[in-house]
Design a protein around this ligand. Structure first.
Ligand code: C2O
Ligand code: CU
Length: 523
Protein backbone atom coordinates (compact mmCIF):
# COMPACT_ATOMS: atom_id res chain seq x y z
CA UNK A 1 0.00 0.00 0.00
CA UNK A 2 1.49 3.29 -1.10
CA UNK A 3 0.36 5.26 1.89
CA UNK A 4 2.33 2.98 4.19
CA UNK A 5 5.50 3.59 2.22
CA UNK A 6 6.63 6.42 4.38
CA UNK A 7 10.16 7.63 4.06
CA UNK A 8 12.60 6.59 6.70
CA UNK A 9 15.89 7.70 5.34
CA UNK A 10 18.69 8.85 7.55
CA UNK A 11 19.74 11.42 4.97
CA UNK A 12 16.31 12.95 5.15
CA UNK A 13 16.54 13.09 8.91
CA UNK A 14 19.85 14.87 8.49
CA UNK A 15 18.06 17.42 6.33
CA UNK A 16 15.91 18.22 9.35
CA UNK A 17 19.13 18.51 11.33
CA UNK A 18 18.38 21.30 13.82
CA UNK A 19 15.49 19.36 15.21
CA UNK A 20 16.45 15.75 14.74
CA UNK A 21 20.13 16.12 15.47
CA UNK A 22 22.92 14.27 13.74
CA UNK A 23 21.14 11.22 12.44
CA UNK A 24 22.96 7.90 12.57
CA UNK A 25 21.76 5.14 10.23
CA UNK A 26 18.82 2.97 11.15
CA UNK A 27 19.50 0.06 13.48
CA UNK A 28 18.80 -3.42 12.16
CA UNK A 29 17.32 -5.24 15.18
CA UNK A 30 18.81 -8.53 13.95
CA UNK A 31 22.19 -7.15 14.97
CA UNK A 32 21.10 -6.95 18.62
CA UNK A 33 21.78 -9.95 20.84
CA UNK A 34 18.42 -11.00 22.23
CA UNK A 35 17.58 -11.60 25.87
CA UNK A 36 20.67 -10.08 27.50
CA UNK A 37 19.03 -7.32 29.53
CA UNK A 38 17.00 -8.22 32.61
CA UNK A 39 13.42 -6.96 32.49
CA UNK A 40 13.25 -3.72 34.50
CA UNK A 41 10.29 -3.35 36.86
CA UNK A 42 9.18 0.29 37.19
CA UNK A 43 9.35 1.46 40.78
CA UNK A 44 6.16 2.12 42.73
CA UNK A 45 5.50 5.87 43.02
CA UNK A 46 6.14 7.22 46.51
CA UNK A 47 3.92 9.87 48.00
CA UNK A 48 5.50 13.16 49.07
CA UNK A 49 3.15 13.57 52.03
CA UNK A 50 -0.52 14.28 52.62
CA UNK A 51 -2.48 17.26 51.38
CA UNK A 52 -6.02 18.54 51.59
CA UNK A 53 -8.40 17.04 49.06
CA UNK A 54 -9.94 19.66 46.74
CA UNK A 55 -12.97 21.26 48.34
CA UNK A 56 -12.52 19.41 51.65
CA UNK A 57 -9.83 21.08 53.75
CA UNK A 58 -10.34 18.48 56.52
CA UNK A 59 -9.61 15.36 54.52
CA UNK A 60 -5.95 14.73 53.74
CA UNK A 61 -5.00 12.49 50.85
CA UNK A 62 -1.68 11.24 49.45
CA UNK A 63 0.15 13.81 47.33
CA UNK A 64 2.67 12.88 44.63
CA UNK A 65 4.96 15.04 42.54
CA UNK A 66 6.15 13.47 39.31
CA UNK A 67 7.92 15.81 36.86
CA UNK A 68 8.09 15.40 33.09
CA UNK A 69 11.80 15.18 32.35
CA UNK A 70 14.42 14.39 29.78
CA UNK A 71 16.65 11.46 30.74
CA UNK A 72 19.12 9.12 29.11
CA UNK A 73 18.59 5.39 29.16
CA UNK A 74 19.88 2.41 27.20
CA UNK A 75 17.37 0.33 25.31
CA UNK A 76 19.93 -2.47 25.12
CA UNK A 77 23.22 -3.52 26.71
CA UNK A 78 25.12 -2.99 23.44
CA UNK A 79 23.64 0.39 22.51
CA UNK A 80 24.58 3.87 23.72
CA UNK A 81 21.98 5.57 25.93
CA UNK A 82 18.96 7.11 24.18
CA UNK A 83 17.50 10.49 24.93
CA UNK A 84 14.02 9.91 26.37
CA UNK A 85 11.25 12.04 27.80
CA UNK A 86 9.49 10.50 30.74
CA UNK A 87 7.79 10.96 34.09
CA UNK A 88 10.17 10.92 37.03
CA UNK A 89 13.46 9.39 35.94
CA UNK A 90 12.54 6.29 33.94
CA UNK A 91 10.39 5.32 30.99
CA UNK A 92 7.94 3.78 31.74
CA UNK A 93 7.52 6.14 34.69
CA UNK A 94 6.76 5.02 38.24
CA UNK A 95 3.72 2.78 38.73
CA UNK A 96 1.02 4.35 40.85
CA UNK A 97 -0.69 1.88 43.11
CA UNK A 98 -3.85 2.72 44.97
CA UNK A 99 -7.15 1.23 46.08
CA UNK A 100 -10.66 1.72 44.85
CA UNK A 101 -12.07 4.82 46.58
CA UNK A 102 -8.64 5.99 47.80
CA UNK A 103 -8.11 9.37 46.13
CA UNK A 104 -4.73 10.77 45.07
CA UNK A 105 -3.34 14.17 44.21
CA UNK A 106 -0.60 14.21 41.61
CA UNK A 107 1.38 17.25 40.61
CA UNK A 108 2.82 16.96 37.11
CA UNK A 109 5.44 19.71 36.61
CA UNK A 110 6.80 20.16 33.11
CA UNK A 111 10.60 20.13 33.46
CA UNK A 112 11.29 19.24 29.85
CA UNK A 113 13.79 21.21 27.71
CA UNK A 114 12.52 24.03 25.51
CA UNK A 115 13.00 22.22 22.17
CA UNK A 116 11.35 19.07 20.92
CA UNK A 117 13.62 16.35 19.51
CA UNK A 118 11.03 14.60 17.36
CA UNK A 119 9.54 15.97 14.10
CA UNK A 120 6.62 18.26 14.91
CA UNK A 121 4.16 18.72 12.04
CA UNK A 122 2.96 22.34 12.12
CA UNK A 123 0.10 21.42 9.80
CA UNK A 124 -1.64 19.48 12.57
CA UNK A 125 -4.27 21.19 14.67
CA UNK A 126 -2.75 22.46 17.91
CA UNK A 127 0.86 22.08 16.71
CA UNK A 128 1.02 25.19 14.51
CA UNK A 129 4.26 27.14 14.48
CA UNK A 130 2.79 29.81 16.78
CA UNK A 131 2.29 27.17 19.50
CA UNK A 132 5.05 26.34 22.00
CA UNK A 133 7.03 23.30 20.80
CA UNK A 134 7.19 21.57 24.13
CA UNK A 135 3.87 21.03 25.81
CA UNK A 136 2.67 18.31 28.17
CA UNK A 137 -0.57 17.26 29.81
CA UNK A 138 -1.25 13.97 31.58
CA UNK A 139 -4.28 11.76 31.11
CA UNK A 140 -4.90 8.67 33.23
CA UNK A 141 -6.36 6.32 30.65
CA UNK A 142 -9.34 4.43 32.06
CA UNK A 143 -9.77 6.63 35.12
CA UNK A 144 -13.09 8.11 36.17
CA UNK A 145 -11.72 11.58 36.74
CA UNK A 146 -13.38 15.01 37.02
CA UNK A 147 -12.95 16.93 33.75
CA UNK A 148 -10.53 19.52 35.13
CA UNK A 149 -8.14 16.68 36.11
CA UNK A 150 -8.66 14.46 33.07
CA UNK A 151 -5.88 15.89 30.92
CA UNK A 152 -7.93 17.62 28.25
CA UNK A 153 -5.66 17.89 25.16
CA UNK A 154 -5.74 21.68 25.26
CA UNK A 155 -4.86 21.85 28.98
CA UNK A 156 -1.13 21.43 28.31
CA UNK A 157 1.58 23.30 30.18
CA UNK A 158 4.96 24.51 28.95
CA UNK A 159 8.33 23.91 30.68
CA UNK A 160 8.43 25.66 34.05
CA UNK A 161 4.70 25.24 34.58
CA UNK A 162 2.81 22.57 36.44
CA UNK A 163 -0.66 21.21 37.12
CA UNK A 164 -1.97 19.27 40.10
CA UNK A 165 -4.66 16.74 39.29
CA UNK A 166 -7.15 15.03 41.60
CA UNK A 167 -7.93 11.35 41.06
CA UNK A 168 -10.90 10.08 43.13
CA UNK A 169 -10.42 6.44 41.96
CA UNK A 170 -14.05 5.56 42.59
CA UNK A 171 -13.98 2.51 40.33
CA UNK A 172 -13.21 -1.21 40.33
CA UNK A 173 -9.71 -2.64 40.48
CA UNK A 174 -8.02 -2.40 37.08
CA UNK A 175 -4.72 -1.67 35.35
CA UNK A 176 -5.00 1.90 34.07
CA UNK A 177 -2.14 3.83 32.53
CA UNK A 178 -1.09 7.44 32.35
CA UNK A 179 0.39 9.14 29.33
CA UNK A 180 0.78 12.46 27.59
CA UNK A 181 -2.20 13.91 25.72
CA UNK A 182 -0.93 17.24 24.34
CA UNK A 183 -2.81 18.39 21.25
CA UNK A 184 -1.05 17.68 17.98
CA UNK A 185 2.17 16.20 19.50
CA UNK A 186 0.76 13.42 21.63
CA UNK A 187 2.24 10.76 19.31
CA UNK A 188 5.71 12.28 19.69
CA UNK A 189 5.57 12.72 23.45
CA UNK A 190 4.42 9.15 24.01
CA UNK A 191 6.97 7.83 21.50
CA UNK A 192 9.61 9.76 23.48
CA UNK A 193 8.63 7.73 26.56
CA UNK A 194 5.90 9.62 28.43
CA UNK A 195 3.74 6.88 29.96
CA UNK A 196 3.41 4.63 33.00
CA UNK A 197 1.02 2.30 34.82
CA UNK A 198 -1.65 3.23 37.34
CA UNK A 199 -3.03 0.23 39.24
CA UNK A 200 -6.22 0.31 41.26
CA UNK A 201 -6.85 -2.58 43.65
CA UNK A 202 -9.90 -3.63 45.64
CA UNK A 203 -11.23 -6.27 48.04
CA UNK A 204 -12.78 -8.42 45.33
CA UNK A 205 -9.37 -8.77 43.70
CA UNK A 206 -7.63 -9.41 47.07
CA UNK A 207 -9.97 -12.24 47.95
CA UNK A 208 -9.17 -14.13 44.77
CA UNK A 209 -5.63 -14.80 46.00
CA UNK A 210 -4.12 -14.24 42.56
CA UNK A 211 -0.31 -14.42 42.21
CA UNK A 212 1.09 -11.28 43.85
CA UNK A 213 4.23 -9.52 45.04
CA UNK A 214 7.22 -10.83 43.09
CA UNK A 215 4.84 -13.00 41.09
CA UNK A 216 2.78 -10.15 39.69
CA UNK A 217 4.74 -8.50 36.89
CA UNK A 218 3.84 -5.46 34.77
CA UNK A 219 4.67 -5.82 31.07
CA UNK A 220 4.45 -2.50 29.22
CA UNK A 221 5.12 -3.56 25.63
CA UNK A 222 5.82 -1.24 22.69
CA UNK A 223 7.68 -1.14 19.41
CA UNK A 224 10.28 1.42 18.43
CA UNK A 225 12.58 2.26 15.53
CA UNK A 226 16.11 2.90 16.74
CA UNK A 227 19.24 4.25 15.14
CA UNK A 228 22.69 2.73 15.40
CA UNK A 229 23.64 5.36 17.96
CA UNK A 230 20.90 4.02 20.23
CA UNK A 231 18.57 6.99 19.69
CA UNK A 232 14.88 6.87 18.89
CA UNK A 233 14.05 7.17 15.22
CA UNK A 234 10.64 8.56 14.35
CA UNK A 235 9.73 8.23 10.66
CA UNK A 236 8.81 11.23 8.53
CA UNK A 237 6.91 11.68 5.28
CA UNK A 238 8.52 12.80 2.05
CA UNK A 239 7.32 16.36 2.58
CA UNK A 240 9.62 18.33 4.90
CA UNK A 241 6.83 20.84 5.59
CA UNK A 242 4.40 18.07 6.62
CA UNK A 243 6.40 15.29 8.30
CA UNK A 244 3.32 13.46 9.69
CA UNK A 245 3.04 9.79 8.77
CA UNK A 246 -0.21 7.82 9.08
CA UNK A 247 1.27 4.92 11.07
CA UNK A 248 4.49 4.01 12.83
CA UNK A 249 5.64 0.41 13.14
CA UNK A 250 8.89 -0.26 14.95
CA UNK A 251 11.01 -3.39 14.57
CA UNK A 252 12.53 -3.29 18.05
CA UNK A 253 10.24 -4.81 20.70
CA UNK A 254 10.60 -3.05 24.02
CA UNK A 255 9.25 -4.23 27.38
CA UNK A 256 9.40 -1.90 30.40
CA UNK A 257 12.15 0.11 28.69
CA UNK A 258 14.46 -2.68 27.43
CA UNK A 259 14.67 -4.23 23.98
CA UNK A 260 14.11 -8.00 23.96
CA UNK A 261 14.68 -8.44 27.73
CA UNK A 262 14.63 -11.63 29.78
CA UNK A 263 12.99 -12.41 33.11
CA UNK A 264 13.99 -15.14 35.53
CA UNK A 265 10.82 -16.80 36.76
CA UNK A 266 10.11 -19.69 39.08
CA UNK A 267 8.15 -22.79 38.08
CA UNK A 268 4.85 -21.46 39.41
CA UNK A 269 1.95 -19.20 38.45
CA UNK A 270 2.53 -15.57 37.49
CA UNK A 271 0.17 -12.71 36.90
CA UNK A 272 1.19 -10.36 34.07
CA UNK A 273 -0.36 -6.91 33.77
CA UNK A 274 0.10 -6.29 30.07
CA UNK A 275 -0.29 -2.93 28.33
CA UNK A 276 0.17 -2.23 24.64
CA UNK A 277 1.83 1.21 24.73
CA UNK A 278 2.71 1.22 21.00
CA UNK A 279 1.78 4.15 18.80
CA UNK A 280 0.28 1.94 16.13
CA UNK A 281 1.21 -1.73 16.43
CA UNK A 282 -1.35 -4.39 17.37
CA UNK A 283 0.17 -7.28 19.32
CA UNK A 284 -0.75 -10.95 18.95
CA UNK A 285 1.09 -12.36 21.93
CA UNK A 286 1.80 -16.04 22.41
CA UNK A 287 4.33 -18.26 24.19
CA UNK A 288 6.87 -20.43 22.36
CA UNK A 289 5.97 -23.28 24.72
CA UNK A 290 2.50 -23.32 23.19
CA UNK A 291 1.01 -23.29 26.69
CA UNK A 292 -2.27 -21.51 27.35
CA UNK A 293 -2.38 -17.92 28.53
CA UNK A 294 -5.29 -17.38 30.92
CA UNK A 295 -6.81 -13.97 30.51
CA UNK A 296 -8.45 -12.87 33.76
CA UNK A 297 -9.08 -9.21 33.06
CA UNK A 298 -9.55 -6.55 30.42
CA UNK A 299 -8.98 -2.79 30.29
CA UNK A 300 -11.37 -2.06 33.14
CA UNK A 301 -10.80 -5.00 35.44
CA UNK A 302 -11.59 -8.63 36.08
CA UNK A 303 -13.54 -10.82 33.69
CA UNK A 304 -16.37 -13.00 34.98
CA UNK A 305 -14.15 -16.07 34.51
CA UNK A 306 -10.67 -16.79 33.09
CA UNK A 307 -10.44 -17.37 29.35
CA UNK A 308 -7.67 -19.69 28.11
CA UNK A 309 -6.00 -18.27 25.00
CA UNK A 310 -3.36 -19.35 22.55
CA UNK A 311 -2.80 -15.73 21.55
CA UNK A 312 -3.67 -12.49 23.26
CA UNK A 313 -4.62 -9.70 20.85
CA UNK A 314 -3.96 -6.17 22.10
CA UNK A 315 -4.47 -2.95 20.17
CA UNK A 316 -2.68 0.25 21.24
CA UNK A 317 -4.10 1.38 24.59
CA UNK A 318 -5.64 -1.99 25.49
CA UNK A 319 -4.62 -3.96 28.58
CA UNK A 320 -4.79 -7.64 29.41
CA UNK A 321 -4.55 -9.22 32.86
CA UNK A 322 -2.96 -12.61 32.24
CA UNK A 323 -2.05 -15.64 34.35
CA UNK A 324 0.65 -17.99 33.05
CA UNK A 325 1.53 -21.19 34.86
CA UNK A 326 5.20 -22.17 34.58
CA UNK A 327 4.73 -25.14 36.96
CA UNK A 328 6.66 -28.20 35.75
CA UNK A 329 8.76 -26.15 33.32
CA UNK A 330 11.94 -25.56 35.35
CA UNK A 331 14.91 -25.43 32.97
CA UNK A 332 12.87 -24.17 30.02
CA UNK A 333 13.42 -20.91 28.19
CA UNK A 334 10.09 -19.64 26.93
CA UNK A 335 9.80 -16.79 24.48
CA UNK A 336 6.95 -14.33 24.44
CA UNK A 337 6.43 -13.59 20.78
CA UNK A 338 4.35 -11.31 18.65
CA UNK A 339 3.64 -13.38 15.56
CA UNK A 340 7.11 -13.68 13.99
CA UNK A 341 8.75 -11.09 16.28
CA UNK A 342 10.51 -12.11 19.46
CA UNK A 343 9.48 -9.91 22.39
CA UNK A 344 11.08 -11.29 25.56
CA UNK A 345 12.23 -14.47 27.24
CA UNK A 346 11.19 -16.21 30.46
CA UNK A 347 13.92 -18.36 32.03
CA UNK A 348 12.17 -20.83 34.26
CA UNK A 349 13.94 -21.94 37.45
CA UNK A 350 12.83 -24.10 40.41
CA UNK A 351 10.12 -22.72 42.66
CA UNK A 352 11.77 -21.50 45.86
CA UNK A 353 8.58 -21.68 47.93
CA UNK A 354 5.16 -23.30 47.55
CA UNK A 355 2.91 -21.66 44.97
CA UNK A 356 0.02 -20.22 46.95
CA UNK A 357 -1.34 -18.09 44.09
CA UNK A 358 -4.61 -19.28 42.59
CA UNK A 359 -6.17 -19.21 39.15
CA UNK A 360 -9.81 -19.12 40.31
CA UNK A 361 -12.55 -20.51 38.08
CA UNK A 362 -14.82 -17.56 38.86
CA UNK A 363 -13.56 -13.97 39.15
CA UNK A 364 -16.07 -11.14 39.39
CA UNK A 365 -19.63 -10.86 38.11
CA UNK A 366 -19.88 -8.71 34.99
CA UNK A 367 -23.61 -8.01 34.64
CA UNK A 368 -24.58 -7.42 31.05
CA UNK A 369 -25.90 -3.95 30.31
CA UNK A 370 -29.26 -4.63 28.65
CA UNK A 371 -29.59 -3.13 25.20
CA UNK A 372 -33.05 -1.90 26.12
CA UNK A 373 -31.55 0.37 28.80
CA UNK A 374 -30.03 2.62 26.11
CA UNK A 375 -32.00 5.81 25.50
CA UNK A 376 -30.09 6.69 22.36
CA UNK A 377 -28.02 5.12 19.57
CA UNK A 378 -25.35 7.25 17.92
CA UNK A 379 -24.12 6.15 14.49
CA UNK A 380 -20.51 7.35 14.27
CA UNK A 381 -18.57 6.89 11.06
CA UNK A 382 -14.80 6.34 10.96
CA UNK A 383 -13.45 7.86 7.77
CA UNK A 384 -10.07 8.21 6.13
CA UNK A 385 -9.45 11.02 3.66
CA UNK A 386 -6.95 10.29 0.90
CA UNK A 387 -5.01 12.53 -1.43
CA UNK A 388 -5.36 12.00 -5.18
CA UNK A 389 -2.15 9.96 -5.00
CA UNK A 390 -3.82 7.58 -2.57
CA UNK A 391 -1.87 8.80 0.44
CA UNK A 392 -3.54 9.20 3.76
CA UNK A 393 -4.32 12.82 4.54
CA UNK A 394 -6.35 12.59 7.70
CA UNK A 395 -8.80 10.34 9.53
CA UNK A 396 -12.01 11.63 10.95
CA UNK A 397 -14.66 10.63 13.43
CA UNK A 398 -18.08 11.28 12.02
CA UNK A 399 -16.51 13.41 9.29
CA UNK A 400 -16.01 16.20 11.83
CA UNK A 401 -12.67 17.79 12.77
CA UNK A 402 -11.67 18.51 16.36
CA UNK A 403 -12.43 22.23 16.39
CA UNK A 404 -16.12 21.84 15.44
CA UNK A 405 -18.77 22.19 18.18
CA UNK A 406 -19.52 19.18 20.38
CA UNK A 407 -21.86 16.70 18.71
CA UNK A 408 -21.85 13.89 21.29
CA UNK A 409 -23.53 15.15 24.44
CA UNK A 410 -24.87 12.26 26.54
CA UNK A 411 -26.94 13.01 29.64
CA UNK A 412 -25.36 12.11 32.99
CA UNK A 413 -26.53 8.75 34.33
CA UNK A 414 -28.03 7.60 31.06
CA UNK A 415 -26.99 4.74 28.80
CA UNK A 416 -26.28 5.00 25.09
CA UNK A 417 -25.21 2.75 22.25
CA UNK A 418 -22.33 4.07 20.16
CA UNK A 419 -22.15 2.42 16.80
CA UNK A 420 -18.77 2.81 15.06
CA UNK A 421 -19.22 2.49 11.32
CA UNK A 422 -15.70 1.82 10.10
CA UNK A 423 -15.46 2.56 6.37
CA UNK A 424 -11.64 2.28 6.38
CA UNK A 425 -9.23 -0.60 5.77
CA UNK A 426 -7.73 -0.34 9.26
CA UNK A 427 -8.82 -1.45 12.68
CA UNK A 428 -9.10 1.64 14.90
CA UNK A 429 -8.93 1.19 18.68
CA UNK A 430 -11.57 3.66 19.88
CA UNK A 431 -11.23 4.98 23.43
CA UNK A 432 -13.71 7.03 25.44
CA UNK A 433 -12.47 8.96 28.44
CA UNK A 434 -14.34 8.82 31.80
CA UNK A 435 -16.42 5.72 31.15
CA UNK A 436 -16.28 1.96 30.96
CA UNK A 437 -18.41 0.11 28.46
CA UNK A 438 -19.32 -3.29 27.05
CA UNK A 439 -19.04 -4.48 23.47
CA UNK A 440 -22.39 -5.51 22.03
CA UNK A 441 -21.33 -6.88 18.66
CA UNK A 442 -19.58 -6.40 15.34
CA UNK A 443 -21.06 -6.85 11.91
CA UNK A 444 -19.84 -6.52 8.33
CA UNK A 445 -21.46 -3.90 6.14
CA UNK A 446 -21.04 -2.34 2.70
CA UNK A 447 -18.80 0.74 3.07
CA UNK A 448 -19.38 2.06 -0.48
CA UNK A 449 -23.12 1.85 -0.20
CA UNK A 450 -22.89 3.60 3.15
CA UNK A 451 -20.68 6.39 1.81
CA UNK A 452 -23.09 7.04 -1.04
CA UNK A 453 -26.39 6.67 0.73
CA UNK A 454 -25.66 7.14 4.42
CA UNK A 455 -27.42 3.86 5.05
CA UNK A 456 -25.89 0.82 6.70
CA UNK A 457 -26.46 -2.33 4.70
CA UNK A 458 -25.23 -5.38 6.59
CA UNK A 459 -23.55 -8.17 4.69
CA UNK A 460 -22.64 -10.54 7.50
CA UNK A 461 -23.92 -12.09 10.68
CA UNK A 462 -23.90 -10.40 14.10
CA UNK A 463 -20.63 -11.36 15.80
CA UNK A 464 -20.62 -11.19 19.61
CA UNK A 465 -17.41 -10.04 21.36
CA UNK A 466 -14.78 -12.72 21.98
CA UNK A 467 -15.00 -14.09 25.56
CA UNK A 468 -11.78 -12.27 26.52
CA UNK A 469 -13.23 -8.88 25.53
CA UNK A 470 -16.66 -9.55 27.03
CA UNK A 471 -15.79 -7.67 30.22
CA UNK A 472 -15.56 -3.97 31.05
CA UNK A 473 -13.62 -2.11 28.38
CA UNK A 474 -12.48 1.45 27.71
CA UNK A 475 -10.90 0.84 24.30
CA UNK A 476 -12.50 -1.23 21.55
CA UNK A 477 -11.15 -2.42 18.23
CA UNK A 478 -13.46 -1.05 15.55
CA UNK A 479 -12.51 -3.50 12.85
CA UNK A 480 -12.28 -2.59 9.15
CA UNK A 481 -15.49 -2.53 7.12
CA UNK A 482 -17.50 -3.46 10.20
CA UNK A 483 -19.99 -1.79 12.46
CA UNK A 484 -18.87 -2.18 16.08
CA UNK A 485 -21.46 -1.41 18.74
CA UNK A 486 -20.73 -0.61 22.37
CA UNK A 487 -23.13 0.14 25.22
CA UNK A 488 -22.00 2.73 27.70
CA UNK A 489 -23.40 4.39 30.80
CA UNK A 490 -22.20 7.95 31.32
CA UNK A 491 -21.54 8.13 35.05
CA UNK A 492 -19.39 10.16 37.34
CA UNK A 493 -19.04 13.77 36.25
CA UNK A 494 -20.56 16.42 34.07
CA UNK A 495 -18.29 18.18 31.64
CA UNK A 496 -16.00 18.03 28.66
CA UNK A 497 -14.06 14.88 27.76
CA UNK A 498 -12.71 13.33 24.58
CA UNK A 499 -13.08 10.18 22.53
CA UNK A 500 -10.53 9.15 19.94
CA UNK A 501 -8.66 6.52 18.04
CA UNK A 502 -5.68 5.21 20.04
CA UNK A 503 -3.47 4.84 16.99
CA UNK A 504 -1.58 7.94 18.01
CA UNK A 505 -0.80 9.15 14.50
CA UNK A 506 -4.54 9.07 13.78
CA UNK A 507 -5.42 10.75 17.05
CA UNK A 508 -3.01 13.62 16.36
CA UNK A 509 -4.46 14.13 12.91
CA UNK A 510 -8.11 14.78 13.74
CA UNK A 511 -9.24 11.32 14.79
CA UNK A 512 -10.30 12.77 18.12
CA UNK A 513 -13.43 14.62 19.16
CA UNK A 514 -14.61 16.34 22.31
CA UNK A 515 -17.75 15.03 23.96
CA UNK A 516 -19.71 16.51 26.81
CA UNK A 517 -21.66 14.90 29.60
CA UNK A 518 -24.59 17.20 30.27
CA UNK A 519 -27.22 17.51 32.99
CA UNK A 520 -30.68 16.12 32.29
CA UNK A 521 -32.29 19.54 32.54
CA UNK A 522 -29.88 21.05 30.02
CA UNK A 523 -31.42 19.09 27.14
CU1 C2O B 1 -4.96 6.53 26.32
CU2 C2O B 1 -7.22 9.72 25.40
O1 C2O B 1 -6.09 8.12 25.89
CU1 CU C 1 -7.31 5.03 13.96
Amino acid sequence: MTRRNFVRSASYLTALAGRVGSAAPALNPNTLTKFVDPLPIPEIAKSAGMRAAPGQSAAKIPYFRVPMRQVESKFHRDLPPARLWCYGSTSPGPTFETRSGQPLLIEWPNELPGKHFLPIDPGLHGAESDQPEVRGVVHVHGAKTPPESDGYPEDWVVPGKSRTYFYPNRQDSAALWYHDHAMGINRLNIYAGMFGLFLIRDDVEDELNLPKGAFEIPLVIYDRLLRQDGQLDYPVSGDPARPWVPEVFGDVMVVNGKAFPFLNVEARKYRFRVLNASNGRFFHLSLSSGQPIHQIGTDQGLLAAPVPLERSLLAPGERADLVVDFTGRAGEQIVLQNDAFLVMQFRVGQAKSPDTGVLPSVLRPVPKTPEASAIKTRPLALIEKMTLKGESMTMLLNDTPWHMPVTENPVLDTTEIWSFINTTDDSHPIHLHLVRFQILDRRRFEPFFYQNSGEVRYTGPVIPPAPEEAGWKDTVRANPKMVTRIIVRFEGYLGRYVWHCHVLEHEDNEMMRPYEVIAATAK
